[in-house]
Each structure stands twice: as C-alpha cells, then as structure tokens.
Design a protein around this ligand. Structure first.
Ligand SMILES: Cc1cc2nc3c(=O)[nH]c(=O)nc-3n(C[C@H](O)[C@H](O)[C@H](O)COP(=O)(O)O)c2cc1C
Length: 353
C-alpha cells in the first residue's frame, strides 16, 4: 500500500489555516493539514512507518510494512505503536480545526496494515487543553541523556496517568531506589545484548544517517549526544553513534549533578495489535502533555525487543500488564533536532493501489 509517490507533489500548498479562514477548508485541505501534523509523531528509529490515503471526509492510516524493523521488531509491535502515535496526532490535528474525529482502529480484519480510519462530520469548540497539546506537536523532541535534578509535580504525573488511561493504556511510575535500579539493570542487559547481535547492529546502522545527510528519516546525528551521559542508576541509551564520533557535543564541560528523571512504564492489559496502537496513542498524549509543562521524555525500548527481558519486566514491574515502552521524564535544555519526510511522500490519494 505505502508506495512512495516520489514527492512529485512537493509544491502543494502549505497546510490550511483551517478554522481561522472565512470559508471552511475543503476536505483535501483538511487532509493535507492533518497529515502534515501527523508525520511529527515519534516512531521507532524515526522509521515513520506509515502512509495515508484520503477519500472525501475520511483519512486512512496504513502501516508501512516495508519500514518495519525486521530484526528488532519482527511482529511489528513498535511499528504499530508508532502508527498509534501518528493516529493520536491526526485526531488532535482535526480537533485543532474544531472537528470531532471519529476513529476506527484496525477496522478491516482482512487488512492488518489498515491501522485506522478517521472521519470528521461534527464540530465542537476546541478546548484550551487541546490547543496546548497541539502546540507541542512540532516542538516535542525525544531526549537522550540525563535530566536536571528538578522534581516533577505530582499533579503532572497524575495527569499523565489519567491521559494514558483515556487511550486504554496504563502508565506506571517506577518508584523506590531498588525498583529503579533493577529496571535500569534490565535496560543495561538489553543494550549489551543488542550490541552483540550483528543483525540488529546493522539494522540500527542503516537507520542512523551520517551528519549532514539529506535523508528525512532515521535518527539524525543532531538528535543524540556524542558522549553518553551517565546517571545513577544508569539507563544506557542506544548506540546510535556506533563509534563513528557522531552526535551532539555536550552543552557544558562542567560536571553537574544530573538525574535519570522519573521512570515510567507504559503497559497494556493485552498484547494484540489494537493494544499496540492504543499504547502509541497513549504515548503521544503523554509526550505532548509533558511537553506543555516543559518536561521532556527519553524512551527506552531496548529490553522490549528481547522476549525474555520483556517477560521479565512484565512479571517483575507491571503486575502482568504487557510492557510497551519504558520512559524517563524530566526537565532539560533541549537542542536535539529531528527530521521528517515531506507529507507529500506519505499521502497517497487513491484509496487502493
Ligand atoms: C515505539 C518506539 C520506540 C522507541 N525507542 C527508542 C529507544 O529505544 N531509544 C531512543 O533513543 N528513542 C526511542 N524512540 C524515539 C524515536 O527514536 C524518536 O521518536 C524518533 O527518532 C523521532 O524523533 P523525535 O521523537 O525527536 O521527533 C522510540 C519511539 C517509539 C515510537
């Protein structure tokens, strides 16, 4: 389904101003606007494993199986989480125009790549919360490193937990030094195992373009630190630089006390494709909500790509809930920059090829 149309339509007009216009935007303008925002969702290794097709007042979001990580994500779980994040963003973009999105997740049992159908018919006033969330779609960045030693407000953590529940997922905050250290140790074990697996290493290398690359996908060298920042307990990040000296230089050379931040585990009660999509929707709501309060997130999926470690997290940290992602949350000065493919590369107009 998701064949790249080649960007022939890159000269398309910018997203519609939507509600600010005197005349209501056309369905085509709304579609372009929504897709241009949805592509800013987070995705594993910035694979952007999605494409969209549109049909009157309906947008279809497809998983692009050609962008699935075959070594790290054979079941497509992370691909579906990524698509879920794009779905949440598409729904929010429609809300930003005052439309009420009606979404059906995995509506066609015969086509598992059709992640969702989103249509819009009704209108309702945009709330201040929705406006704030939407304002973060393009500003939010994944953080990779330590955080400032500033505690997060219990009110924010409660809002994040409630937000996850709205999308059918659970955000568990991992508290207590022992539990935090134990989860950090699982991530370290995972990272060591991944670095020894040549197939996975080669896959990661393929998704980390060199500095200055014109590529609009993958994890750019402007988005990870050249030298790993350690915390206590230490939550090692992925080896994006792979000994090539790539990455951002440290902001300061002065040693400073920095922390791992608040550690959370995003889980779902079941482990079907719909749960993965819902986890992705919850993830994006969490990330955008945190971002409205100046809080960034570091994501760790390393142990969840190894069945035995995922099972160990499920039984030891999540009361049997299926772990979908480990997050660390905190405040930090962010300089990371990311990239996205042009909306015209992912928006296919005919419903079926
Ligand atoms: C399912 C999923 C898993 C991810 N796992 C990791 C991870 O293990 N390490 C990491 O640094 N970032 C991880 N990320 C973040 C992506 O790398 C990031 O979203 C992508 O590079 C785009 O950058 P941005 O979030 O700054 O826009 C993950 C994102 C998703 C959706």
């Amino acid at each position: 389904m998701c064949r790249d149309p080649g960007g022939a339509a890159d000269a398309r007009p910018e997203p519609a101003e939507g509600a600010a216009r005197p005349n209501p935007p056309t369905a085509e303008e709304i579609t372009r606007y929504v897709v241009a925002e949805a592509v800013w969702a987070p995705s594993v290794h910035n694979t952007q494993p999605w494409c969209f097709s549109a049909d009157e007042q309906q947008i279809r979001l497809y998983a692009d199986a050609g962008r699935r990580l075959t070594a790290a994500d054979p079941d497509g779980r992370e691909m579906m989480i990524s698509c879920g994040a794009a779905l949440f963003t598409a729904r929010l973009a429609l809300r930003s125009l005052g439309y009420v999105p009606e979404a059906r997740v995995l509506p066609d049992p015969g086509d598992p790549t059709l992640v969702a159908q989103v249509s819009w018919h009704e209108q309702a006033a945009v709330t201040e919360d929705e406006r704030r969330l939407f304002s973060q779609v393009r500003l939010r960045r994944t953080h990779r490193g330590a955080f400032d030693p500033v505690p997060l407000s219990p009110k924010l953590l409660a809002a994040l937990r409630e937000g996850a529940a709205r999308d059918g997922a659970t955000l568990r905050i991992v508290t207590g030094d022992g539990q935090r250290a134990a989860l950090a140790a699982v991530i370290e074990t995972a990272e060591r195992a991944l670095r020894r697996d040549s197939e996975r290493v080669q896959e990661l290398v393929r998704w980390t373009p060199p500095p200055g690359s014109p590529r609009r996908d993958g994890v750019p060298a402007t988005s990870y630190p050249a030298r790993a920042e350690h915390t206590d307990p230490d939550f090692p990040g992925r080896d994006f630089a792979h000994g090539r000296g790539w990455g951002l230089p440290p902001l300061t050379t002065a040693p400073s006390f920095r922390t791992a931040g608040v550690v959370g585990l995003l889980t779902t009660a079941d482990d079907r494709a719909t749960d993965w999509v819902n986890a992705g929707q919850a993830l994006q709501r969490i990330l955008l909500t945190a971002s409205t309060r100046g809080v960034a997130a570091a994501l760790h999926s390393q142990p969840l790509e190894l069945g035995w470690l995922r099972e160990s997290i499920r039984t030891r940290f999540s009361d049997g809930g299926y772990p979908q992602l480990v997050l660390r949350l905190g405040t930090v000065i962010q300089v990371a920059a990311s990239v996205r493919r042009a909306p015209s590369h992912v928006l296919l107009h005919s419903p079926r090829h």
